[in-house]
Design a binder for this molecule. Structure first.
Ligand code: AHG
Ligand code: MN
Ligand code: MN
Length: 342
């Protein structure tokens, strides 16, 4: 019989991998894992209780909030507050950062950026949603946290992960030494190691994009979509189109099966729609750690210097070969790209 390794056991076993192995990051990851289980419980019974529908309030991006967004946000912040290892939380649901100034957090060294509930428009229809998180270490050792400590480039993440509340619930994370996935076993209430050392296929045949916005895409992206649809049996085209509308679930599927996820600039979102700090950076870190690639068409996502917390960026991430192909389309003038067979 194979031995079950729980998330808690795995984190402790891997503690010596961390650059500052005092157990603080391990405790932080454990706290996030516990909050994820609580959120999972609520997501699972979303159809049963009177928790569905709009909360009536609007978040900082002017988008309608669902009740579970608020619930998930509260649970993660509360877990981080009581865990004592986090000094600042930046959440999609809050205009400003939340500074944790409790007695137990006075020496806390970690900053967490989080999208507490990703894909919230899917809650009412029983389709996968998720949580995405990113962890940075403070630059200074003490004193008030400065803005530049929060607005760090993605390459400085010390850990990142996501939870996907799907047909089963999984937590996937990296600390920069590969990617490991854990599936929640509801019978024992533990995340168990199910996907050790996840590797994204180098190439794939799935493209994920909201094609309804086709008319609003840059020409290079339109050309790439047409390239995906051209019949070429040697190149396995036409490709398959899959778009769930929860970035976390789309990226998770592509991570396992191979594929590319695209959210380009559009005429209505000229800087892109997805958020750099708590959507693109953490997933880019994971995708890269699994052997894939993540860019905005020109730059590596992890190299972008954030100017503000809720900054948006265009993003193309997934299997290396596919992302590089998208980049060639985006960077070349249209006719040249097509003529070159890109
Ligand atoms: P959130 O629910 O946190 O606001 O994120 C939704 C995001 C992302 O998960 C998804 O891929 C994308 O928005 C879907 O946007 P479109 O409806 O524009 O395709
Ligand atoms: Mn989101
Ligand atoms: Mn969200």
């Amino acid at each position: 019989m194979t031995k079950t390794i729980t998330l808690g056991q795995f984190i402790i076993e891997k503690q010596s991998d961390f650059p500052y192995a005092k157990g603080e990051l391990s405790r932080l990851l454990r706290d996030i894992g516990i909050a994820a289980k609580i959120v999972n419980r609520e997501v699972n019974k979303a159809g049963l209780v009177d928790i569905l529908g709009d909360n009536g309030t609007t978040n900082v991006q002017g988008e309608g909030q669902k009740k579970l967004d608020v619930y998930a946000d509260e649970q993660f912040i509360s877990a981080l507050r009581s865990g004592g290892e986090c000094c600042v939380v930046a959440s999609e649901e809050h205009d400003e950062c939340i500074f944790i100034n409790s007695r137990i957090s006075q020496h806390a060294k970690y900053i967490v950026c989080i999208d507490p509930l990703d894909g919230s428009s899917n809650i009412d229809v029983n389709v996968s949603v998720g949580t995405i998180f990113s962890i940075y270490r403070r630059i200074a050792n003490e004193g008030p946290v400065k803005p530049e400590e929060i607005l760090q480039k993605g390459i400085h993440q010390v850990a990142a992960g996501y939870v996907v509340y799907g047909s089963s619930t999984m937590l996937v994370y990296t600390t920069g030494k590969g990617v490991n996935g854990f599936t929640l076993d509801p019978s024992i209430g533990e995340f168990c190691l199910s996907h050790p050392n996840m590797q994204i296929p180098r190439d794939g045949t799935i493209y994920s994009i909201n094609e309804g916005n086709y008319i609003k895409f840059p020409q290079g992206v339109k050309d790439y979509i047409k390239y995906c649809q051209v019949e070429d049996s040697a190149g396995n085209r036409p490709y398959t189109s899959r778009y769930i509308g929860s970035m976390v679930a789309d990226v998770h599927r592509n991570l396992i099966k191979g594929g590319v996820f695209l959210y380009p600039t559009t005429s209505s979102h000229p800087r892109g729609k997805l958020r750099l700090m708590y959507e693109c950076n953490p997933l880019a870190f994971i995708v890269e750690q699994a052997g894939g690639k993540a860019t905005d068409g020109h730059r590596r996502i992890l190299d972008i210097q954030p100017e503000e917390l809720h900054q948006r960026t265009p993003v193309f991430m997934g299997s290396t070969e596919m992302v590089e192909k998208v980049e060639r389309f985006v960077q070349l003038p249209a006719e040249e790209a097509f003529a070159a067979g890109y």
